[in-house]
Design a protein around this ligand. Structure first.
Ligand code: NAD
Length: 488
Protein backbone atom coordinates (compact mmCIF):
# COMPACT_ATOMS: atom_id res chain seq x y z
CA UNK A 1 0.00 0.00 0.00
CA UNK A 2 1.25 3.47 -0.88
CA UNK A 3 0.09 6.81 0.45
CA UNK A 4 0.41 10.06 -1.44
CA UNK A 5 -0.27 13.69 -0.64
CA UNK A 6 -3.64 15.20 -1.50
CA UNK A 7 -3.22 18.69 -2.91
CA UNK A 8 -5.86 20.77 -4.67
CA UNK A 9 -8.09 17.71 -5.11
CA UNK A 10 -5.38 15.43 -6.59
CA UNK A 11 -3.35 12.57 -5.16
CA UNK A 12 0.28 13.38 -5.85
CA UNK A 13 3.73 12.02 -4.91
CA UNK A 14 6.38 14.30 -3.43
CA UNK A 15 8.02 16.67 -5.90
CA UNK A 16 11.36 15.16 -4.86
CA UNK A 17 10.02 11.61 -5.14
CA UNK A 18 11.06 10.96 -1.51
CA UNK A 19 9.17 8.41 0.58
CA UNK A 20 9.33 6.94 4.09
CA UNK A 21 8.13 3.65 5.54
CA UNK A 22 5.53 3.04 8.21
CA UNK A 23 5.85 0.07 10.54
CA UNK A 24 3.18 -2.14 12.05
CA UNK A 25 3.73 -1.93 15.84
CA UNK A 26 2.63 -5.50 16.52
CA UNK A 27 5.39 -6.90 14.29
CA UNK A 28 7.61 -3.92 13.43
CA UNK A 29 7.39 -4.87 9.79
CA UNK A 30 7.09 -2.23 7.10
CA UNK A 31 3.63 -2.26 5.59
CA UNK A 32 3.22 1.14 4.03
CA UNK A 33 5.29 3.45 1.85
CA UNK A 34 4.38 7.09 2.29
CA UNK A 35 5.25 10.21 0.29
CA UNK A 36 7.70 12.32 2.32
CA UNK A 37 6.78 15.95 1.76
CA UNK A 38 9.20 18.84 1.72
CA UNK A 39 8.95 22.61 1.32
CA UNK A 40 7.83 22.32 -2.37
CA UNK A 41 4.93 20.05 -1.49
CA UNK A 42 3.89 22.30 1.39
CA UNK A 43 4.11 25.31 -0.95
CA UNK A 44 1.80 23.59 -3.45
CA UNK A 45 -0.69 22.63 -0.73
CA UNK A 46 -0.69 26.13 0.77
CA UNK A 47 -1.19 27.63 -2.70
CA UNK A 48 -4.21 25.37 -3.30
CA UNK A 49 -5.66 26.25 0.11
CA UNK A 50 -4.94 29.93 -0.36
CA UNK A 51 -6.78 29.88 -3.73
CA UNK A 52 -9.74 28.20 -2.03
CA UNK A 53 -9.64 30.99 0.54
CA UNK A 54 -9.36 33.96 -1.83
CA UNK A 55 -11.46 32.70 -4.77
CA UNK A 56 -13.45 29.69 -3.59
CA UNK A 57 -16.96 29.42 -2.16
CA UNK A 58 -16.08 27.90 1.22
CA UNK A 59 -15.20 31.02 3.29
CA UNK A 60 -18.18 32.84 1.78
CA UNK A 61 -20.80 30.22 2.60
CA UNK A 62 -23.15 30.70 5.53
CA UNK A 63 -22.51 28.67 8.66
CA UNK A 64 -25.60 26.62 7.82
CA UNK A 65 -24.27 25.75 4.35
CA UNK A 66 -20.91 24.69 5.72
CA UNK A 67 -22.64 22.71 8.47
CA UNK A 68 -24.51 20.66 5.84
CA UNK A 69 -21.18 19.55 4.37
CA UNK A 70 -19.71 18.88 7.84
CA UNK A 71 -22.65 16.62 8.65
CA UNK A 72 -22.07 14.73 5.41
CA UNK A 73 -18.40 14.33 6.42
CA UNK A 74 -19.58 12.86 9.74
CA UNK A 75 -21.83 10.41 7.89
CA UNK A 76 -19.01 9.45 5.51
CA UNK A 77 -16.77 8.73 8.52
CA UNK A 78 -19.46 6.66 10.19
CA UNK A 79 -20.01 4.58 7.08
CA UNK A 80 -16.30 3.69 7.20
CA UNK A 81 -15.94 3.25 10.96
CA UNK A 82 -14.80 -0.38 10.76
CA UNK A 83 -12.20 0.47 8.12
CA UNK A 84 -10.93 3.47 10.07
CA UNK A 85 -10.70 1.43 13.28
CA UNK A 86 -8.92 -1.45 11.52
CA UNK A 87 -6.39 0.91 9.89
CA UNK A 88 -5.77 2.78 13.11
CA UNK A 89 -5.36 -0.45 15.06
CA UNK A 90 -2.80 -1.78 12.59
CA UNK A 91 -1.00 1.54 12.24
CA UNK A 92 -0.77 2.61 15.90
CA UNK A 93 -1.11 -0.66 17.85
CA UNK A 94 -4.23 0.62 19.65
CA UNK A 95 -6.60 -2.14 20.78
CA UNK A 96 -9.37 -2.52 18.21
CA UNK A 97 -12.21 -1.80 20.67
CA UNK A 98 -10.60 1.50 21.63
CA UNK A 99 -9.79 2.36 17.98
CA UNK A 100 -13.48 1.93 17.19
CA UNK A 101 -14.38 4.43 19.92
CA UNK A 102 -11.96 6.92 18.41
CA UNK A 103 -13.57 6.56 14.95
CA UNK A 104 -16.98 7.37 16.45
CA UNK A 105 -15.54 10.37 18.22
CA UNK A 106 -14.10 11.60 14.89
CA UNK A 107 -17.58 11.62 13.35
CA UNK A 108 -18.89 13.36 16.44
CA UNK A 109 -16.25 16.09 16.06
CA UNK A 110 -17.72 17.08 12.67
CA UNK A 111 -21.34 16.86 13.79
CA UNK A 112 -20.54 18.88 16.92
CA UNK A 113 -18.79 21.72 15.07
CA UNK A 114 -21.61 21.78 12.51
CA UNK A 115 -23.90 22.57 15.46
CA UNK A 116 -21.46 25.11 16.92
CA UNK A 117 -21.19 27.08 13.68
CA UNK A 118 -24.93 27.21 13.12
CA UNK A 119 -25.66 28.39 16.64
CA UNK A 120 -22.79 30.82 16.98
CA UNK A 121 -23.85 34.44 17.15
CA UNK A 122 -21.66 37.49 16.82
CA UNK A 123 -21.43 39.99 19.66
CA UNK A 124 -23.09 43.38 19.59
CA UNK A 125 -22.37 46.26 22.00
CA UNK A 126 -24.70 49.22 22.17
CA UNK A 127 -22.99 52.43 23.38
CA UNK A 128 -25.80 54.44 24.99
CA UNK A 129 -28.16 55.19 22.11
CA UNK A 130 -25.52 56.72 19.93
CA UNK A 131 -23.44 53.85 18.67
CA UNK A 132 -23.73 50.23 17.79
CA UNK A 133 -20.57 48.12 17.80
CA UNK A 134 -20.77 44.70 16.25
CA UNK A 135 -18.24 41.93 15.77
CA UNK A 136 -17.68 40.24 12.43
CA UNK A 137 -16.07 36.84 12.80
CA UNK A 138 -13.92 36.20 9.75
CA UNK A 139 -12.07 33.02 8.85
CA UNK A 140 -8.43 33.79 9.46
CA UNK A 141 -7.03 32.15 6.30
CA UNK A 142 -5.20 28.90 5.58
CA UNK A 143 -4.98 26.78 8.73
CA UNK A 144 -1.87 24.66 9.28
CA UNK A 145 -2.74 21.56 11.32
CA UNK A 146 0.04 19.41 12.78
CA UNK A 147 -0.96 16.29 14.69
CA UNK A 148 0.71 13.56 16.78
CA UNK A 149 0.65 9.80 16.37
CA UNK A 150 -1.58 8.99 19.34
CA UNK A 151 -5.27 8.63 18.39
CA UNK A 152 -4.34 10.23 15.06
CA UNK A 153 -7.70 10.19 13.25
CA UNK A 154 -9.59 11.60 16.23
CA UNK A 155 -7.04 14.39 16.76
CA UNK A 156 -6.87 15.25 13.05
CA UNK A 157 -10.65 15.66 12.97
CA UNK A 158 -10.58 17.56 16.27
CA UNK A 159 -8.66 20.27 14.40
CA UNK A 160 -10.14 19.90 10.92
CA UNK A 161 -13.77 20.15 12.01
CA UNK A 162 -13.54 23.61 13.66
CA UNK A 163 -11.12 24.95 11.02
CA UNK A 164 -13.52 23.99 8.23
CA UNK A 165 -16.55 25.12 10.25
CA UNK A 166 -14.96 28.55 10.65
CA UNK A 167 -14.43 28.78 6.89
CA UNK A 168 -10.68 28.14 6.79
CA UNK A 169 -9.16 25.90 4.14
CA UNK A 170 -6.61 23.59 5.75
CA UNK A 171 -3.29 21.86 5.21
CA UNK A 172 -2.96 18.83 7.45
CA UNK A 173 0.44 17.30 8.29
CA UNK A 174 -0.18 14.01 10.13
CA UNK A 175 2.44 12.32 12.29
CA UNK A 176 4.92 10.18 10.39
CA UNK A 177 4.50 7.19 12.72
CA UNK A 178 0.74 6.93 12.07
CA UNK A 179 -0.13 8.22 8.59
CA UNK A 180 -2.60 5.53 7.49
CA UNK A 181 -6.04 6.69 8.62
CA UNK A 182 -5.49 10.25 7.32
CA UNK A 183 -5.26 8.57 3.90
CA UNK A 184 -9.03 8.05 4.05
CA UNK A 185 -9.79 11.74 4.48
CA UNK A 186 -9.58 12.69 0.76
CA UNK A 187 -12.32 10.24 -0.26
CA UNK A 188 -14.41 11.26 2.76
CA UNK A 189 -14.12 14.96 1.87
CA UNK A 190 -14.92 14.30 -1.78
CA UNK A 191 -17.93 12.16 -0.94
CA UNK A 192 -19.23 14.94 1.32
CA UNK A 193 -18.86 17.54 -1.45
CA UNK A 194 -16.22 19.73 0.19
CA UNK A 195 -15.04 22.19 -2.48
CA UNK A 196 -11.68 21.45 -4.08
CA UNK A 197 -8.64 22.89 -2.32
CA UNK A 198 -10.35 23.31 1.06
CA UNK A 199 -8.75 20.15 2.45
CA UNK A 200 -5.11 19.37 1.66
CA UNK A 201 -2.91 16.68 3.12
CA UNK A 202 0.89 16.56 3.12
CA UNK A 203 2.62 13.61 4.74
CA UNK A 204 6.19 13.81 5.93
CA UNK A 205 8.78 14.12 8.62
CA UNK A 206 8.14 16.82 11.21
CA UNK A 207 11.43 18.65 10.81
CA UNK A 208 10.86 18.86 7.04
CA UNK A 209 7.17 18.99 6.07
CA UNK A 210 5.98 20.22 9.48
CA UNK A 211 8.66 22.89 9.73
CA UNK A 212 7.90 24.11 6.17
CA UNK A 213 4.23 24.52 7.09
CA UNK A 214 5.12 26.53 10.18
CA UNK A 215 7.50 28.71 8.18
CA UNK A 216 5.10 29.42 5.32
CA UNK A 217 4.05 33.11 5.31
CA UNK A 218 0.58 32.36 3.87
CA UNK A 219 -0.43 30.22 6.85
CA UNK A 220 -1.56 32.65 9.58
CA UNK A 221 -2.60 30.03 12.13
CA UNK A 222 -0.98 26.82 13.34
CA UNK A 223 -2.83 24.38 15.54
CA UNK A 224 -0.32 21.93 16.93
CA UNK A 225 -0.65 18.91 19.18
CA UNK A 226 2.51 17.13 20.22
CA UNK A 227 5.49 17.23 22.54
CA UNK A 228 6.37 20.29 24.54
CA UNK A 229 9.86 20.47 22.98
CA UNK A 230 8.40 20.47 19.46
CA UNK A 231 5.91 23.14 20.53
CA UNK A 232 8.79 25.35 21.66
CA UNK A 233 10.54 24.98 18.29
CA UNK A 234 7.29 25.81 16.48
CA UNK A 235 6.75 28.92 18.60
CA UNK A 236 10.23 30.17 17.80
CA UNK A 237 9.73 29.58 14.06
CA UNK A 238 6.23 31.06 14.02
CA UNK A 239 7.45 34.25 15.68
CA UNK A 240 8.96 35.39 12.37
CA UNK A 241 5.46 35.76 10.92
CA UNK A 242 3.60 36.44 14.21
CA UNK A 243 1.22 33.52 13.70
CA UNK A 244 -1.74 32.61 15.86
CA UNK A 245 -0.78 29.45 17.73
CA UNK A 246 -2.81 26.86 19.53
CA UNK A 247 -0.56 24.49 21.43
CA UNK A 248 -1.75 21.23 22.98
CA UNK A 249 1.39 19.75 24.51
CA UNK A 250 2.59 17.08 26.91
CA UNK A 251 1.33 16.11 30.33
CA UNK A 252 2.16 14.31 33.57
CA UNK A 253 -1.24 14.47 35.17
CA UNK A 254 -1.81 13.65 38.85
CA UNK A 255 -4.69 11.56 40.16
CA UNK A 256 -5.09 12.43 43.84
CA UNK A 257 -6.80 9.93 46.13
CA UNK A 258 -7.92 10.97 49.64
CA UNK A 259 -8.90 8.33 52.18
CA UNK A 260 -12.52 9.55 52.28
CA UNK A 261 -13.02 8.80 48.56
CA UNK A 262 -14.86 5.89 46.98
CA UNK A 263 -11.66 3.88 46.72
CA UNK A 264 -13.09 1.19 44.41
CA UNK A 265 -14.07 3.75 41.82
CA UNK A 266 -10.82 5.66 42.29
CA UNK A 267 -8.97 2.43 41.57
CA UNK A 268 -10.98 1.79 38.39
CA UNK A 269 -10.26 5.34 37.24
CA UNK A 270 -6.56 5.09 38.05
CA UNK A 271 -6.18 1.85 36.09
CA UNK A 272 -8.23 3.03 33.10
CA UNK A 273 -6.69 6.51 33.16
CA UNK A 274 -3.16 5.33 32.56
CA UNK A 275 -3.51 2.01 30.72
CA UNK A 276 -6.23 2.86 28.20
CA UNK A 277 -5.03 3.96 24.74
CA UNK A 278 -1.80 2.08 25.59
CA UNK A 279 -0.92 4.83 28.07
CA UNK A 280 -0.14 6.96 25.01
CA UNK A 281 -2.56 9.61 26.09
CA UNK A 282 -1.80 13.25 26.81
CA UNK A 283 -4.23 13.35 29.73
CA UNK A 284 -3.09 10.00 31.19
CA UNK A 285 -3.20 9.91 34.98
CA UNK A 286 0.44 8.89 35.09
CA UNK A 287 1.09 10.04 38.68
CA UNK A 288 -1.15 8.60 41.35
CA UNK A 289 -0.89 10.41 44.70
CA UNK A 290 -2.46 8.48 47.56
CA UNK A 291 -3.09 9.48 51.19
CA UNK A 292 -0.79 7.54 53.49
CA UNK A 293 -3.67 6.08 55.55
CA UNK A 294 -4.77 3.99 52.53
CA UNK A 295 -1.52 4.00 50.56
CA UNK A 296 -0.27 0.44 51.05
CA UNK A 297 -3.60 -1.22 50.34
CA UNK A 298 -4.20 1.02 47.30
CA UNK A 299 -0.76 0.17 45.88
CA UNK A 300 -1.40 -3.51 46.42
CA UNK A 301 -4.77 -3.39 44.65
CA UNK A 302 -3.41 -1.23 41.80
CA UNK A 303 -0.55 -3.68 41.25
CA UNK A 304 -2.92 -6.60 41.28
CA UNK A 305 -5.27 -4.99 38.74
CA UNK A 306 -2.35 -3.91 36.52
CA UNK A 307 -1.02 -7.46 36.46
CA UNK A 308 -4.38 -8.59 35.09
CA UNK A 309 -4.66 -5.94 32.32
CA UNK A 310 -4.81 -8.01 29.13
CA UNK A 311 -1.86 -7.23 26.88
CA UNK A 312 -2.19 -8.68 23.41
CA UNK A 313 -2.60 -8.40 19.68
CA UNK A 314 -4.20 -5.04 18.85
CA UNK A 315 -6.81 -6.66 16.60
CA UNK A 316 -8.04 -9.03 19.33
CA UNK A 317 -11.27 -7.65 20.84
CA UNK A 318 -10.22 -9.00 24.24
CA UNK A 319 -7.03 -6.90 24.30
CA UNK A 320 -6.94 -4.01 26.75
CA UNK A 321 -3.33 -2.92 26.14
CA UNK A 322 -1.90 -3.25 22.63
CA UNK A 323 1.50 -2.52 21.06
CA UNK A 324 3.32 0.79 21.55
CA UNK A 325 3.48 2.79 18.37
CA UNK A 326 7.09 2.41 17.24
CA UNK A 327 10.27 0.54 18.28
CA UNK A 328 11.99 3.87 19.02
CA UNK A 329 9.19 4.90 21.35
CA UNK A 330 9.18 1.41 22.89
CA UNK A 331 12.89 1.74 23.68
CA UNK A 332 12.23 5.15 25.23
CA UNK A 333 9.51 3.76 27.48
CA UNK A 334 11.67 0.74 28.40
CA UNK A 335 14.50 3.15 29.28
CA UNK A 336 12.17 4.85 31.76
CA UNK A 337 11.43 1.47 33.33
CA UNK A 338 15.18 0.93 33.79
CA UNK A 339 15.58 4.50 35.09
CA UNK A 340 12.77 3.97 37.62
CA UNK A 341 14.47 0.84 38.97
CA UNK A 342 17.86 2.60 39.14
CA UNK A 343 16.31 5.58 40.91
CA UNK A 344 15.09 3.24 43.63
CA UNK A 345 11.35 3.23 42.92
CA UNK A 346 9.60 -0.01 43.90
CA UNK A 347 8.45 -1.95 40.82
CA UNK A 348 5.24 -3.69 41.91
CA UNK A 349 3.77 -4.71 38.53
CA UNK A 350 4.95 -5.20 34.95
CA UNK A 351 8.22 -3.70 33.81
CA UNK A 352 8.88 -6.19 31.02
CA UNK A 353 7.64 -7.71 27.78
CA UNK A 354 4.98 -10.40 28.29
CA UNK A 355 6.59 -13.77 27.57
CA UNK A 356 3.88 -14.80 25.09
CA UNK A 357 4.53 -11.75 22.87
CA UNK A 358 8.13 -12.14 21.68
CA UNK A 359 7.93 -9.61 18.82
CA UNK A 360 6.34 -6.17 18.55
CA UNK A 361 6.31 -3.28 21.03
CA UNK A 362 4.55 -4.93 23.96
CA UNK A 363 4.99 -3.98 27.62
CA UNK A 364 2.97 -5.21 30.57
CA UNK A 365 1.05 -2.63 32.56
CA UNK A 366 3.73 -1.23 34.85
CA UNK A 367 3.39 0.24 38.34
CA UNK A 368 6.13 1.93 40.36
CA UNK A 369 5.41 2.66 44.03
CA UNK A 370 7.28 4.93 46.47
CA UNK A 371 8.16 7.36 43.70
CA UNK A 372 9.54 10.66 44.94
CA UNK A 373 9.37 14.05 43.20
CA UNK A 374 13.10 14.19 42.54
CA UNK A 375 12.91 11.09 40.33
CA UNK A 376 12.86 11.46 36.57
CA UNK A 377 9.95 9.02 36.28
CA UNK A 378 7.91 11.45 38.44
CA UNK A 379 8.91 14.50 36.40
CA UNK A 380 9.09 13.37 32.77
CA UNK A 381 6.32 12.31 30.42
CA UNK A 382 6.76 8.60 29.67
CA UNK A 383 3.74 8.31 27.35
CA UNK A 384 3.31 4.58 27.86
CA UNK A 385 1.68 2.11 30.25
CA UNK A 386 3.73 3.16 33.27
CA UNK A 387 2.29 4.74 36.41
CA UNK A 388 4.10 6.25 39.41
CA UNK A 389 2.53 6.10 42.87
CA UNK A 390 3.51 8.50 45.66
CA UNK A 391 2.17 8.80 49.22
CA UNK A 392 1.10 12.04 50.92
CA UNK A 393 -0.26 12.80 54.36
CA UNK A 394 -1.94 16.23 54.25
CA UNK A 395 -3.96 18.19 51.73
CA UNK A 396 -1.13 20.72 51.50
CA UNK A 397 1.35 18.01 50.69
CA UNK A 398 -0.97 16.54 48.04
CA UNK A 399 -1.22 19.95 46.38
CA UNK A 400 2.51 20.48 46.48
CA UNK A 401 3.13 17.08 44.85
CA UNK A 402 0.40 17.63 42.26
CA UNK A 403 2.00 20.90 41.18
CA UNK A 404 5.60 19.70 41.38
CA UNK A 405 6.19 19.12 37.67
CA UNK A 406 6.56 21.53 34.77
CA UNK A 407 3.36 20.18 33.21
CA UNK A 408 -0.24 21.24 33.86
CA UNK A 409 -2.63 19.54 31.46
CA UNK A 410 -5.15 17.55 33.51
CA UNK A 411 -5.70 16.52 37.12
CA UNK A 412 -8.07 14.06 38.74
CA UNK A 413 -9.30 14.36 42.31
CA UNK A 414 -10.94 11.66 44.39
CA UNK A 415 -12.53 12.90 47.62
CA UNK A 416 -15.98 13.30 49.13
CA UNK A 417 -15.08 16.49 50.97
CA UNK A 418 -16.80 19.35 49.15
CA UNK A 419 -14.79 22.17 50.65
CA UNK A 420 -11.53 20.42 49.96
CA UNK A 421 -12.70 19.90 46.38
CA UNK A 422 -13.23 23.62 45.89
CA UNK A 423 -9.96 24.52 47.60
CA UNK A 424 -7.97 22.16 45.40
CA UNK A 425 -9.90 23.08 42.25
CA UNK A 426 -8.66 26.64 42.71
CA UNK A 427 -5.06 25.70 43.39
CA UNK A 428 -4.21 22.69 41.24
CA UNK A 429 -2.09 23.86 38.33
CA UNK A 430 -3.93 22.16 35.48
CA UNK A 431 -6.05 23.30 32.58
CA UNK A 432 -8.66 20.66 33.39
CA UNK A 433 -9.75 18.93 36.58
CA UNK A 434 -12.05 15.94 36.89
CA UNK A 435 -13.52 15.30 40.36
CA UNK A 436 -14.62 11.76 41.22
CA UNK A 437 -14.69 11.00 37.52
CA UNK A 438 -12.62 9.55 34.75
CA UNK A 439 -11.69 11.64 31.73
CA UNK A 440 -15.13 12.24 30.23
CA UNK A 441 -15.04 14.92 27.55
CA UNK A 442 -17.84 17.27 26.64
CA UNK A 443 -16.83 18.94 23.39
CA UNK A 444 -18.32 22.30 24.43
CA UNK A 445 -15.90 22.73 27.31
CA UNK A 446 -12.44 24.32 27.06
CA UNK A 447 -9.64 21.84 26.48
CA UNK A 448 -5.99 22.70 27.06
CA UNK A 449 -3.19 22.99 29.54
CA UNK A 450 -1.15 25.44 31.58
CA UNK A 451 2.61 25.65 32.17
CA UNK A 452 4.51 23.38 29.76
CA UNK A 453 1.29 21.64 28.69
CA UNK A 454 0.14 24.25 26.27
CA UNK A 455 -1.11 27.59 25.22
CA UNK A 456 -4.67 28.55 24.38
CA UNK A 457 -7.84 26.51 24.55
CA UNK A 458 -9.76 24.45 22.05
CA UNK A 459 -13.25 23.01 22.40
CA UNK A 460 -16.60 24.60 21.49
CA UNK A 461 -16.36 28.32 20.81
CA UNK A 462 -12.71 28.31 21.88
CA UNK A 463 -11.83 26.28 18.78
CA UNK A 464 -13.72 28.70 16.55
CA UNK A 465 -11.77 31.55 18.16
CA UNK A 466 -8.53 29.92 16.97
CA UNK A 467 -9.62 29.99 13.33
CA UNK A 468 -11.41 33.35 13.20
CA UNK A 469 -10.48 36.98 13.57
CA UNK A 470 -12.88 39.22 15.45
CA UNK A 471 -13.35 42.31 13.37
CA UNK A 472 -15.16 45.10 15.20
CA UNK A 473 -17.37 47.60 13.38
CA UNK A 474 -18.35 50.85 15.17
CA UNK A 475 -21.48 52.39 13.73
CA UNK A 476 -22.97 55.74 14.83
CA UNK A 477 -26.74 55.57 15.21
CA UNK A 478 -27.00 59.23 16.24
CA UNK A 479 -24.72 62.17 15.74
CA UNK A 480 -21.93 61.69 18.26
CA UNK A 481 -20.21 64.89 19.40
CA UNK A 482 -16.96 65.34 17.49
CA UNK A 483 -14.47 67.79 19.04
CA UNK A 484 -14.00 70.51 16.39
CA UNK A 485 -10.22 71.00 16.30
CA UNK A 486 -9.21 73.92 14.12
CA UNK A 487 -12.76 75.27 13.90
CA UNK A 488 -12.48 78.03 16.55
P1 NAD B 1 5.86 15.26 18.32
O1 NAD B 1 5.98 16.62 18.89
O2 NAD B 1 7.09 14.46 18.12
O3 NAD B 1 5.17 15.33 16.87
C1 NAD B 1 3.91 15.91 16.68
C2 NAD B 1 3.80 16.38 15.24
O4 NAD B 1 4.73 17.44 15.04
C3 NAD B 1 4.13 15.32 14.20
O5 NAD B 1 3.26 15.47 13.10
C4 NAD B 1 5.54 15.68 13.82
O6 NAD B 1 5.87 15.24 12.52
C5 NAD B 1 5.50 17.19 13.90
N1 NAD B 1 6.80 17.85 14.08
C6 NAD B 1 7.93 17.36 14.67
N2 NAD B 1 8.91 18.28 14.63
C7 NAD B 1 8.41 19.37 14.02
C8 NAD B 1 8.93 20.65 13.70
N3 NAD B 1 10.19 20.99 13.98
N4 NAD B 1 8.13 21.54 13.09
C9 NAD B 1 6.84 21.22 12.80
N5 NAD B 1 6.29 20.02 13.07
C10 NAD B 1 7.07 19.11 13.67
O7 NAD B 1 4.80 14.52 19.22
P2 NAD B 1 4.38 12.98 19.14
O8 NAD B 1 5.49 12.18 19.69
O9 NAD B 1 3.86 12.70 17.77
O10 NAD B 1 3.12 12.94 20.12
C11 NAD B 1 3.18 12.69 21.47
C12 NAD B 1 3.12 13.98 22.26
O11 NAD B 1 1.91 14.66 21.97
C13 NAD B 1 3.09 13.76 23.77
O12 NAD B 1 3.93 14.69 24.38
C14 NAD B 1 1.64 14.04 24.14
O13 NAD B 1 1.42 14.43 25.47
C15 NAD B 1 1.29 15.09 23.18
N6 NAD B 1 -0.16 15.19 23.03
C16 NAD B 1 -0.83 16.26 23.60
C17 NAD B 1 -2.20 16.34 23.51
C18 NAD B 1 -2.94 17.51 24.11
O14 NAD B 1 -4.09 17.72 23.75
N7 NAD B 1 -2.34 18.28 25.01
C19 NAD B 1 -2.92 15.36 22.84
C20 NAD B 1 -2.22 14.28 22.29
C21 NAD B 1 -0.83 14.23 22.38
Amino acid sequence: MNLEHYIGGAHVPSVSGATFSALEPASNETYLTVAAGGPEDIAAAVAAARKAFTDGPWPRMTGEQRATVLRRIAAAIESRDDRIAALECRDTGLPITQARGQAHRAAHNFRFFADVITTLGEDVYRVASAQLNYVLRKPVGVAGLITPWNTPFMLETWKLAPALAAGCPAVLKPAEWSPASAGLLPEIMEEAGLPTGVFNLVHGIGEEAGAALVEHPDVPVISFTGETGTGQIIMRTAAANLKTLSMELGGKSPLIVFDDADLDRALDAAVFGVFSLNGERCTASSRVLVQDTVYESFVERLAERASRVRVGAPDDPATELGALVHPEHYERVMDYVRIGVEEGARLVAGGSRPSDLPVGNFLSATVFADVTPNMRIFQEEIFGPVVCVTPFSTEGEALELANATRYGLAAYLWTNDLRRTHRLARSVEAGMLWVNSQNVRDLRTPFGGVKASGLGREGGRHSIDVYTESHIVHLATEDMPIPRFGAA
